[in-house]
Design a protein around this ligand. Structure first.
Ligand SMILES: [Zn+2]
Length: 56
């Protein structure tokens, strides 16, 4: 299951509002609000996800 990059809710990729491709990875936004939130501060959300991965 994928998660919305902004609100972290589980999102079905086929039903995502938008798919964002960055650095060869795909991220999902579940709704227009999450999309605009992400676009306001993309680095914050990308860093949050990359931090999670590096801690494992
Ligand atoms: Zn969302």
């Amino acid at each position: 299951m994928n998660r919305c990059i902004t609100c972290q809710k589980p999102v079905n990729r086929n039903k995502a509002h938008m798919i964002i491709e960055l650095k060869g990875k795909l991220y999902l936004a579940c709704c227009p609000m999450c999309q605009s939130e992400f676009e306001k501060n993309p680095e914050k959300y990308i860093r949050r996800i990359e931090d999670k991965h590096s801690k494992r």
